[in-house]
Design a protein around this ligand. Structure first.
Ligand code: ADP
Length: 254
């Protein structure tokens, strides 16, 4: 027969319904917690052996016997893939930690100019891409976890490098607006279609394969967002196809 809702006597049926929902919700959150725990454990277990593999590969490459060109190439590829997997596991651990509310931030007063200068210097170690830092006020301060904030900036700069041609410089700006400290990372790269702009902060979300030959996991920006919000900030993107993208961070000034 048809489902029939007894309007004469709603309280008991509504109560039953509410109880059923509550049970469902409990089961859902238990299974969510279970999955999160599993993810966290698996990532952790995999990370240790992989880190060891990385270490051996790299030391063999560095001071191994006379390797042939082919052997060297194979070891180099293995090392960089293992490296990438360690990074992926680290990202998964970070997300699992954030989900459980166990991500801890060591907030301290940081000079924005110093921080960005430091991060830009770090990128110089592996990329020749030109990065211009424009700052009109050198004593901007924010309360953030320094390492986490570096991670955020590096991630955004790495994306800017990855998704733009090397002849187009990346511009970083920092300034004060309505007592918020704004940091912009601006590239003149491939850009992001409008309908994708909100979704790129979702986990594992990546744009079509063709533009993604650079390789990646689609986790970077979801971690960036989690970290930024965990430190009381906000992140947004503005982008135009073939013109470039600007990622904007906003933190309360201190
Ligand atoms: P990935 O590991 O794929 O780079 P991210 O989470 O960092 O993962 O980014 C998600 C997707 O957003 C990327 O696959 C890419 O398509 C797009 N994207 C991120 N940054 C930029 C950028 N600066 N310019 C153009 N596209 C970008």
């Amino acid at each position: 027969g048809e489902a029939h809702f007894n309007l004469e006597n709603p309280p008991s049926e509504v109560k039953e319904l509410a109880e059923t929902f509550e049970k469902m919700l409990l089961r859902l959150s238990q299974s969510w917690e279970h999955q999160r725990q599993l993810l966290s454990n698996v990532s952790h277990e995999l990370r240790t052996p992989l880190t060891i593999i990385c270490g051996y590969l790299e030391s063999t490459l560095r001071r191994g016997p006379n390797l042939t060109e082919i052997q060297r190439e194979a070891l180099t590829t293995a090392a960089s893939e293992a490296d990438r997997t360690v990074q992926l596991l680290q990202d998964l651990l970070d997300l699992a930690r954030a989900d459980s509310g166990a991500m801890h931030f060591q907030l301290e007063k940081i000079d924005v100019h110093e921080l960005i200068t430091e991060v830009v210097a770090m990128t110089k170690q592996y990329s020749n891409h030109q990065i211009i830092f424009e700052s009109n006020k050198s004593n901007l301060e924010i309360a953030v976890d320094k390492n986490r904030c570096k991670q955020v900036l590096l991630n955004l700069i790495d994306n800017a490098i990855k998704y733009s041609a090397s002849e187009y410089p990346i511009t970083i700006k920092s300034y004060l607006q309505d007592s918020l400290v704004i940091i912009e990372i601006c590239d003149r790269g491939v850009g992001i279609p409008l309908q994708q702009q909100a979704r790129i902060f979702e986990r594992f979300h990546r744009l079509d394969e063709a533009r993604n030959r650079a390789g990646g996991t689609g986790l970077g920006l979801s971690i960036v967002k989690t970290l930024v919000e965990g430190m009381g900030g906000k992140i947004s993107v503005q982008s135009q196809l073939e013109k470039g993208s600007t990622f904007t961070l906003k933190f309360p000034g201190v």
